[in-house]
Every structure is written in structure tokens, then in C-alpha cells.
Design a protein around this ligand. Sequence first.
Ligand code: NAD
Length: 252
Amino acid sequence: MGGADLQDKVAVVTGAAQGIGRAIAQLLGRHAAKIVVNDISEQQAATTAAVIRKQGGTAIEVIADVTNAADVERMISVVVRKFSTIHILVNNAGVLRPTRLPHISEAEWDLVLSSNLKGTFLCSQAVLPYFVEQRWGRIVNVSSTAGKSVSTLGGVHYTAAKAGVLGLTRAFAKEMARYNIRVNAVCPGLVNTEMVRNNVSSEQLQSFVAGFPISRMCEPEEVAELVSFLLSDGSNYITGASFDINGGDLMI
Ligand SMILES: NC(=O)c1ccc[n+]([C@@H]2O[C@H](COP(=O)([O-])OP(=O)(O)OC[C@H]3O[C@@H](n4cnc5c(N)ncnc54)[C@H](O)[C@@H]3O)[C@@H](O)[C@H]2O)c1
């Protein structure tokens, strides 16, 4: 898929220390975008950025908690000081908890909603002045199959947060299209990352994937390819949309 048009674009990828975010950051780095590796995990974020630089790309890591407005503002000012502006935001950071409904505490509800939904709002709002001024901006939000159906692994808070991300995507896209800002979402099924490995036994995993039309997990690099397309000029007429990447597990 296209990627040449991402050259020299400044791209912030949240939660990019590992998993899907890391794969997105690395692919955009190979397309010669200037990458900002955001995470709360300092050491791993530094490693992701170092790998991108080793592959000949440009990358810095910025440690910031996307649920905290002051942290997000600080991150954006670091990025603008270093690269002058921002062109691309991938809202990937998120937390899943498998807790069943009767046992979800208020604190856990807040953690799951804020990391997945509030963080997406705060980061999107923070990049807006730059996007509006340059009349160019691209956002991809990482939702989930959970956002359209019901999470297999996560609790009701996770499903609610990911559905919220899809609503935010549509409303943001509609309000900002006049400034040449496009906002889309991806909805992955089961992706081979720590998030899944930490929450399911390998027996459970096997029984899940056996039920998928494409009977395996998605690899993070496959999500990255879809995100890269949604950021490229090849998708210039697409905004406010969400794209399933789930091996046929959910067809709607
Ligand atoms: N793995 C899957 O099957 C799957 C499926 C659908 C959607 N998703 C979504 O994809 C995204 C990435 O998931 P993953 O599987 O790579 O998970 P992961 O747990 O492997 O990685 C998530 C990263 O986000 C970071 N993070 C968490 N809270 C943060 C915060 N407040 N600020 C900054 N960084 C923070 C973590 O430190 C971690 O590095 C998440 O939004 C997740 O909900 C994952």
C-alpha cells in the first residue's frame, strides 16, 4: 500500500512502546515519516525509537500519559519544538481489563475509559491548532471489534470505551473536514500482542481462532498496513469511517 506520500510528515503514535503501536510507528518510519513514539513505558519507548533510527528513520520518544491533559500539552510542545509542526496522529494507546460487570470498580472504569477514550479526545484536541493552521491533518483511532459488537476479552468498560472511540471518530471527522482534516478508525479483532497474551490462556486462544473464517490471530504489522493506507493520499475521500480487520470474525 502507498506510503511514499508520508515522507517528512510528523507522526505522533500513542502507546507505541510495544504491540500494535510499535508496528505502526515502525512502518511509518520506513515510509520516512518523522516519528514520535509516545508511551508511559519509558524504556520500551526508547527501544522502539532506537529501532526506527537504526533502520534509517527519524524518531524520538516522548513519555506522556495520554489521560492527563497537562502531559499531552507537554508532549505536543516537545514535538513542535523538535519538528515545527504535527501532521499525523495515531491514537493507539489503550488498556483492556477482563473484569466482569459486577466486579468493576469506579477506579477501573475510569482507567479503561480514560486510556481508550479520553486520551483519544485529549490528543486529538491538542493537535488541532496545527492541523487547522496548515489545512492538513490525518488521524487514525484504534478502536476494536468490541466497538461494533461486544468484546470477547474485555469487560463492559472496554466495549463502551471502544464504541465511544467510533462516535468520536465520526463527530470529529464531520466537524473538521472543512480544514482538510481526515479522521478514521480501525477495528481489529484478536491481535497477537501482550494485551491478548496477558489476558487469555493459549487453550482459550486456540478455541477463539478456530472459530474465525481466517483461523489465526492478526499480526500487529497487518493493522499497521491498514493504518498507513488511511494516512496516505490513496484514501483522500475517506473520513469518519471505520475499518474491520478481524479475519472475518465479525461481518457487518
Ligand atoms: N491486541 C488486540 O487484540 C487488540 C484488538 C483490538 C484493538 N486493540 C487496541 O489496540 C491498541 C494497542 O493494543 P495492543 O494490543 O498493542 O496493546 P499493548 O498492551 O501491547 O500496548 C498498549 C501500549 O499502550 C501504552 N499505554 C497504555 N496506557 C497509556 C497511556 N495512558 N498513555 C500512553 N500510553 C499508554 C502501554 O504502555 C502499551 O505500551 C489498544 O487501543 C487496544 O485496545 C487491541
